[in-house]
Design a binder for this molecule. Structure first.
Ligand code: 2AM
Ligand code: CA
Ligand code: CA
Ligand code: CA
Length: 263
């Protein structure tokens, strides 16, 4: 397998898809909801996923594709090469804000993350990494992260967790929110992962993410020394949904052992 060739290919495919998404704002966008009224999807999410799949199937016929909108393969095991794609991560932002969404792609070989990409489409900010070769923000190599104590940390967390919640004890989370320097919620898991890897925030957590939300970002995070696990401290599930916590190493341990109490 020539990973250098695949890397160049993936990068140019993502840039082309980003251009298509930007052009879509000149046409009308059809909005549907999926599991609930606020779980949105558009014709553009579907078109972009199909664009990726047609190209990958044509040029890498032995590879499989797991995509959020379901046009790819049914993946029940991670053997071989699997492309894990979220054509638009942050669809609600795409619809309501026309910014703050990303294309997220991770390319895995036998379950190991080889290449990872997050493209913040409207800012033209490209984050990428190759296993063992470091991570990049555009052409800039990202430094290895240094720890930040909770008191100085900015944490990506959803504000609704501070209110009573059926999945997590809200009291310890409220205490964490009080103790840390500040919180943010960008509405795109991929962008928040990219922000942790580039040092713009210090941790990000979510109670329910899917493989395509985190596959690309985890490769990037690993290259800068961030720790990415589920909320039990184990490797996140890549064949289904899971909880998620990514942070600088010491901070990850602090949050996991002192502030997360799942119900
Ligand atoms: P999405 O925009 O691709 O759906 C904030 O909502 C973040 O959580 C986004 O990255 C979003 O991805 C992701 N997410 C994962 N599962 C979701 C769900 N069931 N409903 C809404 N957002 C979800
Ligand atoms: Ca979605
Ligand atoms: Ca997503
Ligand atoms: Ca999506």
């Amino acid at each position: 397998m020539n990973w250098g060739t695949i890397d160049k290919y993936a990068k140019s495919l993502i840039k082309e898809a980003g251009h298509k998404i930007r052009m879509s704002f000149f046409s009308s966008i059809d909005i549907d909801s999926k599991a609930d009224a606020n779980d949105l999807v558009t014709n553009i999410d579907r078109q972009i996923e199909q664009f990726f799949i047609q190209r990958i199937q044509r040029d890498f016929p032995g590879h499989r594709i797991l995509g959020e909108e379901g046009f790819g393969d049914e993946i029940t095991a991670l053997d071989g090469v699997v492309w894990m794609l979220d054509p638009i991560d942050g669809t609600m932002n795409f619809i309501h804000q026309k910014r703050n969404f990303a294309i997220s792609l991770g390319i895995y070989a036998d379950g190991i993350g080889m290449l990872g990409y997050i493209y913040d489409v409207m800012n033209d900010d490209f984050y990428h990494a190759a296993l063992g070769e470091g991570a990049y923000y555009n052409d800039e190599k990202l430094p290895i992260l240094e720890n930040t104590p909770l008191e100085n940390a900015i944490i990506g967390v959803n504000a609704s967790w501070v209110a009573p919640n059926r999945r997590i004890e809200n009291e310890p989370i409220a205490k964490m929110v009080h103790t840390c320097r500040g919180t943010r919620s960008y509405g795109s898991a991929a962008i928040e992962l990219a922000y942790v890897s580039s040092g713009r925030i210090d941790a990000y957590m979510s109670l329910r993410l899917s493989p395509w939300d985190i596959a690309g970002g985890m490769v990037i995070a690993q290259e800068v020394g961030a720790i990415a696990t589920n909320m039990l401290g184990d490797k996140p599930e890549l064949l289904g949904q899971d909880t998620f916590l990514v942070a600088k190493p010491g901070l990850h341990e602090t949050i996991l052992s002192n502030y997360i109490r799942l119900k």
